[in-house]
Every structure is written in structure tokens, then in C-alpha cells.
Design a protein. Structure first.
Length: 83
């Protein structure tokens, strides 16, 4: 994901809220990685994959679940959550 670097704090607030919701719905871990010194590739790279602009930073995240069934139920609950 390419995020405008100037919006880092707003993104972090949103990610923190999302992490709380994922955990309420059964996730065991939520990890956000804000790119720092991510190299540009010649054929492929994370910046190229997300078509990062000069004023953006690559962000990579994942959610861990105890099982596939927990993930399926948790993701449905997350998507259905009105918050």
C-alpha cells in the first residue's frame, strides 16, 4: 500500500482502530510496517508494485488468526461491523 507520507499519523490512527476491531473479532496479532529505506528495484520491488509516488511511503501489514475458520468468521464479523 502506498500512503502519502504527510498522512502518516492519520494512517496510524486508522490502523490502531482497525487493529482493535480485528482483535475484538478474534485476531491474535496485527502488524503494520511503515517503510524505511525500501530499495527501488530494477524489475520489481515493493515501491514499484504499489506504484509509489515521491511523496508516498510503502506500508505493509498483516493480521494473524489462530485458524482459517477463525479468520473466515473474524473477517466476516469485521466487514459487517458498523463501526
Amino acid at each position: 500500500l502506498a500512503v502519502p507520507t504527510a498522512n502518516k499519523e492519520a494512517y496510524r490512527r486508522l490502523a490502531t482502530e482497525a487493529a482493535q476491531l480485528f482483535k475484538e473479532h478474534g485476531a491474535t496479532e496485527f502488524v503494520e510496517c511503515w517503510g524505511d529505506d525500501v530499495p527501488e528495484g530494477k524489475l520489481t520491488s515493493m515501491p514499484m508494485a504499489v506504484q509509489r509516488k515521491d511523496d508516498e511511503t510503502v506500508v505493509f501489514s498483516w493480521v494473524a488468526w489462530p485458524s482459517r475458520a477463525a479468520r473466515n468468521a473474524g473477517m466476516k464479523a469485521f466487514m459487517d461491523d458498523p463501526r
